[in-house]
Design a protein around this ligand. Structure first.
Ligand code: EPZ
Length: 416
């Protein structure tokens, strides 16, 4: 396994290009299962989860080629089975379930286990597919789905689940009749998926709102599609500018989709402005702690909770961070405390008191965004920080050390 060695204390200055969004690329790649012609994707980030998805699509009978952030998916004879040894490495594999049922009326997909941040159930995915006429059985750790032809249905989700909305949105595009998704997720990545499906000939309205209406169609055609930029990677680098007291220009940075994050960072005292070349972020004056509660979009994203907490560790005053989406998303806290931060956890809430400085230490990554939080803290800490178990980070950040080195960070990757 790899680790990152970071010598902190350098204000980062320069410009960084934001990559394509992992959480938009994954669902659109699975949506290519619905299409009977080759599909070409641009701006696909070079990430471990992307290659896992391409491996799964190959196992399903598609031939996939990845080259310089472009992916071509060509349909073949479908084998609708997603095995456990692959699904357990990437929970998002469950997103092949809806497309397979819509396309060939059957699927065997390993039941995705939980992960570090929570149990991650998929009951809403399964409930919606059953309402559309699928017979769903759980057997020997697999989800067995079968249907003659999915039928449009009115589905009210218990919570605005991103993956659940995406699975059911994809399934509904080829169902007979109309589907209404109530209490749907509004995330930009859901909108990007809908835009891709519309480009392939799907009839979708209301994406980006909590009520999506899909009129099923007989088939979808091939298209070339560019994936949206990654708002969470962008938010991570905005924090990097703040925590190091530097100034960063983020090129290809999504602006509207980052509104909740930008407002919170401005409340902390950061100066963030849109320029013709991209988003400019710097520390206008000493940062102060704020209160943050994670919420479904357009609220403050849970995927930025660990990162803004790292920033608060070095800000004036105290703030309360409330994680309302996942049940176990504070695993960065004990590692941040090893670096000298002052954080008290009580259930889903963490009280952060800013300290004057952090000291470098060996720390361990536990999940994707916790890893990013530890890198950010290491960039600001005095001395050397070693972040181990980098495979977590590599799932969602494209060679983060290369991008950070370009703006002055003293950071390098080593074999553990
Ligand atoms: C997506 O996960 C993202 N992953 C996550 O990003 C992100 O944190 C999450 O949405 C929330 O924004 C991808 O897009 C690949 P959910 P997903 O279904 O779809 C509960 C990252 O760091 N729930 O919206 O799995 C669930 O337990 C990753 O990039 C049910 O109870 O999230 C959770 O509490 C981490 N039943 C809440 O809903 C269900 O059937 C939100 O989950 C589905 C979800």
């Amino acid at each position: 396994m790899d680790k990152l060695i970071i010598e902190g204390g350098v204000p980062l200055t320069g410009s960084i290009e934001i990559s394509g969004s992992k959480n938009a690329a994954l669902p659109v790649l699975f949506a290519s299962i619905l299409v009977t012609e080759p599909v070409c994707f641009r701006n696909v980030p070079n990430l471990h989860d992307i290659h896992t998805t391409l491996k799964l699509l190959n196992m399903l009978g598609y031939s996939c080629a990845y080259r310089e952030r472009r992916v071509t998916v060509t349909p073949g004879d479908l084998l609708p089975e997603a095995p456990y040894d692959l699904v357990r490495t990437m929970r998002a594999s469950v997103l092949c379930l809806g497309p397979l049922l819509a396309r060939v009326g059957q699927a065997r997909v390993a039941f995705p286990g939980g992960c570090a941040i929570g149990t991650r159930p998929v009951d809403q995915h399964l409930k919606g597919l059953e309402l559309m006429g699928a017979n769903i059985e759980l057997k020997n750790g697999d989800i067995l789905g079968r249907c003659r032809k999915l039928k449009g249905a009115r589905i009210t989700l218990d919570m605005p689940t991103v993956g659940g909305t995406e699975n059911l949105l994809m399934a509904a595009t080829l169902a007979e009749g109309e589907t209404i998704l109530e209490n749907a997720a509004r995330e930009p990545e859901v909108v990007d998926l809908a835009n891709f499906l519309i480009a392939c000939g799907a009839h979708i309205e209301g994406h980006g709102t909590n009520r999506i209406r899909i009129a099923g169609t007989s088939g979808l055609h091939g298209v070339e599609y560019a994936v949206m930029p990654d708002r969470i990677e962008a938010g991570t680098f905005l924090v990097a500018a703040g925590i190091t007291g530097g100034e960063l220009l983020l090129r290809c940075c999504p602006v509207d989709e980052l509104e909740a994050v930008i407002l919170k960072l401005r409340d902390m005292g950061m100066d963030i402005s849109a320029t013709p070349d991209g988003m400019l972020a710097k520390c206008a004056h000493p940062l102060r702690c704020v209160d943050v509660t994670t919420k479904p979009y357009p609220g403050f994203p849970t995927d930025m909770q660990a990162q803004i907490m790292a920033l608060m560790c070095l800000a004036e005053g105290a703030g309360v961070v409330n994680e309302s989406i996942f049940e176990n998303r504070f695993m960065h806290v004990p590692e941040l405390m090893r670096m000298g931060s002052d954080i008290k956890i009580s259930g889903h809430t963490a009280m952060v008191r800013g300290v004057r400085h952090l000291t470098g230490a060996p720390v361990m990554a536990s999940d994707l965004r916790a890893s990013a939080s530890l890198v950010l803290a290491g960039l600001a800490a005095g001395g050397t920080t070693e972040v181990s178990r980098l495979y977590h980070l590599d799932r969602g950040y494209e060679r983060i050390e290369d991008k950070l080195t370009l703006v002055g960070a003293r950071i390098q990757r080593e074999k553990e």
